[in-house]
Design a protein. Structure first.
Length: 363
């Protein structure tokens, strides 16, 4: 087992510090972002760099002690001095699951939260020793204030996931989350969807990109997400059985093939097949495609905010509107459970209520 302090030069002239750790036959790094060395062109900068190096060496020594203690399942006082955001980065560096962007986002939000607190600079360095339930509840308030829809809940779930791992790794003597009383509020944003009538209007409206038109309508009648659509190859399309067979990007970890039936509209949109490993849709960037889609919807006279993800929601809501049951809709959407499919039921019910308002008569 060894823990070494490494330096890495940055383009702006500063120097990043990180710990190079060998433990249990594995090698990994822990960054010390809060101790970055400046160019050192002034006396003040040189003095601060000296202090940062001394602190980095102290952290290196503490980390070595902590790892040695973990071999014997001992929680040491050195663990309490570990900077939470630095440890989180090491966790992320070794994280392999698909939600890594959300996990990294939870860390970034925690960093922003700490920076926003009206505390002296020395109290803005949060270690496992001063991480308490009240601080976490303040973090929840920050998430709810600065994130829309389910964002706060999503980030907090990842934050909890990291802290539970830290607890199992003996960085804390108890799970501080058990003392957190506040619950995270967060509901999915209401999303605009295109009804079948609006899709017909869109079909009859000119658009300057035939490829975007073809792909957008295909997503609207299959529920295929953007990431799956741009990676769709002809070998995934089975014309004889009128279906697609692919592993969805969000479920790649399970390596489970999803079968998506293709109706006549989808088959017509696909057209003549190409080579097996050739992409079905040759698309611009995500931003470019969404910009074209937005202009197309506007040109069609549809006053709604529609992005590619809204096309997928349109598919799910229209299924419910046409009487398809919840479980079947969930399967067609590729959801692991019916939990997320419920939003389409709510959207459908709201559309029905709005529809009945249009046939009110004066008595």
């Amino acid at each position: 087992m060894s823990v070494k302090l490494r330096k890495r030069a940055n383009k702006d002239g500063s120097v990043s510090l990180r710990l190079d750790i060998h433990h249990d036959g594995k090698r990994y790094y822990e960054t010390l972002d809060h101790l970055r060395l400046k160019k050192g062109t002034t006396l003040i900068e040189r003095e601060q760099n000296k202090k940062n190096l001394q602190l980095a060496e102290a952290i290196r020594h503490a980390r070595a002690v902590e790892l040695s203690a973990s071999d014997y399942n001992i929680v040491t006082s050195n663990n309490k001095r570990i900077v939470v955001v630095d440890w989180m980065q090491s966790y992320i560096d070794n994280y392999t699951k698909k939600d890594i962007r959300n996990v990294s986002g939870a860390r970034n939000r925690f960093i922003d939260f700490i920076a926003s607190r009206k505390e002296p600079l020395n109290k803005k360095i949060i270690t496992f020793g001063n991480l308490d339930a009240l601080l976490i509840e303040d973090y929840i308030n920050y998430l709810e204030k600065n994130n829309k829809g389910e964002g706060a809940l999503s980030y907090y779930k990842r934050f909890k996931k990291m802290l539970r791992y830290a607890c199992r790794s003996k960085l804390m003597s108890f799970n501080v989350l058990e003392e957190v009383e506040k619950k995270v509020k967060g509901k999915a944003d209401k999303r605009d969807i295109l009804t079948l009538d609006e899709l017909h209007t869109l079909i009859n409206t000119p658009v300057n990109s035939p490829q975007v038109r073809r792909a957008a309508l295909f997503s609207a009648v299959t529920g295929l997400a953007w990431i799956d659509m741009i990676n769709l190859k002809w070998r995934h399309v089975k014309y004889k059985t009128k279906q697609m067979e692919l592993v969805r990007a969000k479920q790649e970890i399970y390596n489970e093939t999803v079968v998506v039936p293709l109706n006549d509209t989808a088959i017509e949109l696909l057209g003549k097949p190409g080579e097996p490993d050739e992409l079905v849709f040759k698309m611009p960037s995500s931003n470019g495609a969404n910009k074209t889609l937005s202009n197309w919807v506007k040109r069609a006279g549809i006053d709604k905010y529609i992005t590619w993800h809204n096309l997928r929601h349109s598919f799910g809501t229209n299924l419910i509107m046409m009487g398809v049951d919840l479980l079947t809709t969930s399967k067609l959407m590729g959801h692991a459970t019916t939990k997320h499919t419920g939003r389409y039921v709510r959207a459908s019910e709201e559309m029905k209520r709005t529809g009945t308002e249009k046939i009110n008569i004066k008595l």
